[in-house]
Design a protein around this ligand. Structure first.
Ligand code: PLP
Length: 350
């Protein structure tokens, strides 16, 4: 099976398995664990922040960031297609006790005029803005990269209004690679950042929340509250260290294979995807013109040895990663072309 459902399917490397075997087993919530502390320090250094806290998942890092920034009450301004609003099961209000306002955006970048209008103080009649949120790369926007000028403008607006900024940087290293810069340079426009080692970087589990030292201390307490205390997490952190040290540099290869995939799909039918929009390792493909819904497409592709996720009624999401080379991409394109041929192109669906 060629698994293009997500980059989370990546298996740990040999170097990770070796590092996991020789990791320490201190208790992260008592005296601390040396390997976890090393990962947290490395993550903080890479993102240009004072400190980091290791978390079991990106979802928990984001939730803890909301809790640690927000207090209870107040509004989070966030692009309306963001992962946190669409795929994190309402933790933002259900657990963090915050309101949110989805700001319309273009390729994941919030409309700056609408954002400016939405920022507001707390008065006797309204809860003010508690947090401004960005996501880079942007999952639902097909791995789109927020330009640094946009991030700078959002950050400037937030600073003018004394509102903190969080960056959901689950794939920050993909964003940095696409921008030709460092993660630190991207993260400078946020007070806190969460990123995952479990995605294209191939570690089995984990995310790190980074920010100011005081913020991270507060975040540790909230992590405990939501059940994320890590105990003997040394082996997981060891894999995370290898992820950060060895796996970042190869990410452009995933961007290249994603582009190749998009070009192949585009050749089958131009309505499927515009390869120009593919900036990182995600390809969002529209199957509307085939008349077959994405869930059925996913089942058809599985029959042909390719796993792919339906991500909307008419959209499939392909994600390239370390286990996907040109041969796998070409197989996926052939499987797609066969399926397209079978179901035909019916103009009424265009
Ligand atoms: C942008 C973004 N944020 C957060 C997450 C959540 O990460 P996790 O699956 O580790 O909870 C994801 C997962 O795909 C994501 O794409």
């Amino acid at each position: 099976m060629i698994d293009l459902r997500s980059d989370t399917v990546t298996q740990p490397t040999e170097a990770m398995l070796d590092a996991m075997q020789s990791a320490t087993f201190g208790d992260d919530s008592r005296d601390g664990d040396a390997t976890v502390m090393k990962l947290e320090a490395l993550a903080a250094e890479k993102t240009g922040k004072e400190a980091g806290a290791f978390m079991p998942s990106g979802t928990m890092s984001n939730l803890v960031a909301m809790l640690a920034h927000g207090g209870r009450g107040g509004e989070v301004l966030v692009e309306e297609g963001s992962h946190t609003l669409n795929a994190e099961l309402g933790g933002i209000s259900g657990v963090a006790g915050l309101f949110y306002r989805g700001i319309p955006g273009d390729r994941g970048a919030m409309d700056l005029d609408l954002l400016r209008e939405a920022v507001r103080p707390t008065t006797r009649n309204q809860m003010g803005t508690a947090l401004i949120w960005m996501e880079n790369t942007h999952n639902r926007a097909g791995g789109a990269v927020l330009p640094l000028t946009h991030m700078q403008a959002v950050c400037g607006l937030a600073r003018e209004n004394s509102v903190p900024v969080h960056l959901d940087g689950a794939r920050i290293f993909n964003a940095a690679a696409a921008l030709g810069t460092t993660a630190k340079n991207v993260a400078q426009y946020a007070d806190s950042i969460s990123f995952c080692v479990s995605k294209g970087l191939s570690a089995p589990v984990g995310s790190v929340l980074c920010g100011g030292a005081k913020f991270i201390e507060r975040a540790r307490a909230f992590r405990r509250m939501v059940g994320g205390n890590m105990r003997q997490a040394g082996p997981l952190a060891a894999a995370g260290i290898v992820a950060l040290e060895n796996m970042v540099e190869r990410l452009p290869e995933d961007h290249r294979t994603a582009k190749r995939l998009a070009q192949g799909l585009h050749t089958i039918d131009a309505s499927i995807v515009d390869p120009e929009t593919v900036e990182t390792n995600l390809v969002r493909a529209s199957v509307r013109a085939s008349g077959l819904k994405a869930a059925d497409w996913s089942a058809e592709m599985k029959q042909r040895g390719v796993l792919v996720s339906p991500c909307a009624t008419w959209d499939l999401r392909f994600v390239t990663h370390r286990h996907i080379g040109d041969a796998e991409v070409d197989h996926a394109i052939s499987a797609f072309a066969e399926t397209w041929k079978q179901f035909g192109t019916t103009d009424k669906h265009r």
